[in-house]
Design a protein around this ligand. Structure first.
Ligand code: 1HN
Length: 345
């Protein structure tokens, strides 16, 4: 490939004049922004073991009252991006959040979309758009863009969950902001109940539901049952995976990031193709080995890791006698909408 001219090749007075006028020559930087064949990725394969996070998060519970934190979170920051950027990948933010019994994280809404995957503890809830969503281990709760949300805790033990947001992207777009609100009035009923049976949705006899996000809570008991049914119904099915979708449209549950749950059969090794979006893996149940580029991680329950895009990932269930279950978040909806999605096999 043709070597392009360097900045140093240009006379200093010419460079100074360009700089003064807020002008930059493209050719010294062209290969940097448009590298051959594979993008440059700052996202490094990174493993965050839960056993190292939990004591530090509980310590934060002693050091910082909820009133001083609003959200008591330790951010899972990818060192490839620089820790201060608070990003797991180009578009994904990850954090582990702690709520102690009796605490309340006040109502707000913001432009980035969030989900939470409940890791540990009983008795907490998130109220989203007036709907009180109970939190149990493995449940997925959406707080999509613009919807009011607040967290409360009526139980006895600390509750911890994993937050996944598209914050890095929305911030990069200069579109990230929040509004604080009042404690929400809870409306009766659980929004996910009418959607808990596959293939049937409520009929809108008189008017279409105006809710852009009809389902805000995806119970782990339902997701797990679907995975177990898929696995037993089709023993030859290689990848036993479900996508969290909007049940009214069939589209991804949120607009920017995609969310999935996977069952790895006892002892199964599964090679996931090299696709353009970065991915996050979080073990809901079991023990999984992940091979990502030159890194290999042993993920036990509640561990989280991330993988850059354009790389194959091999997952192996280290349990020989039981399935393991993995929650996956990725940037697929974003890549597909922007037309840059690739599957390179
Ligand atoms: C947020 O609103 C929550 O509501 C958690 O629990 C983490 C990280 C960045 C920006 C907003 C929450 C967040 C966040």
């Amino acid at each position: 490939m043709q070597e392009l001219g360097r900045l140093e090749d240009l006379p200093q007075d010419y460079r100074d004049e360009l700089k003064e006028l807020n002008l930059v020559p493209l050719w010294p930087s062209l290969r940097g922004v448009l590298p051959p064949k594979v993008p440059t990725r700052q996202t490094k394969a990174t493993h965050w073991p839960y056993k190292t996070i939990k004591p530090l998060l509980l310590k934060a519970g002693e050091l910082t009252p909820i009133e001083k934190a609003e959200r008591r979170v330790l951010v899972l920051a990818n060192p490839g991006h620089g820790l201060e950027k608070m990003q797991a990948s180009a578009a994904m933010y990850l954090g582990m959040q702690l709520l102690m019994p009796g605490e309340w994280a006040p109502s707000h809404r913001h432009t980035p979309n969030a989900v939470r995957m409940i890791v540990e503890g009983e008795g907490a809830y998130t109220t989203v758009d007036g709907e009180k969503c109970p939190m149990h281990r493995g449940d997925l709760i959406l707080t999509p863009t613009g919807l009011w949300h607040e967290h409360g805790h009526d139980g006895k033990d600390p509750v911890i969950w994993l937050d996944v947001l598209d914050l890095p992207l929305v911030y990069y777009m200069e579109a990230s902001y929040h509004i604080n609100g009042e404690r929400q009035t809870v409306v009766s009923g659980l929004g996910d109940k009418p959607y808990a049976r596959g293939g049937v949705v409520p009929t809108q006899v008189f008017e279409r539901s105006k809710k852009a996000y009809p389902m805000l809570r995806y119970a782990w008991t339902d997701a797990k049952a679907a995975l177990l049914a898929m696995a037993s119904d089709n023993p030859a099915l290689e990848a036993v995976q479900i996508t969290y979708v909007n049940p009214e449209t069939g589209a991804d549950a949120e607009n920017i990031l995609g969310f999935y749950a996977m069952l790895l059969r006892p002892g199964q090794t599964l090679r996931l193709p090299a696709r353009s979006p970065a991915q996050v893996f979080h073990v809901i149940e079991g023990t999984v080995h992940a091979q990502i580029v030159d890194s290999s991680f042993t993920l036990v329950e509640a561990d989280t890791c991330c993988a850059p895009g354009y790389e194959a990932v091999t997952l192996k269930n280290l349990q020989a006698d039981k399935p393991s279950f993995v929650f996956i978040a990725d940037e697929s909806p974003l890549h597909r909408k922007l037309g840059v999605y690739e599957n390179r096999g």
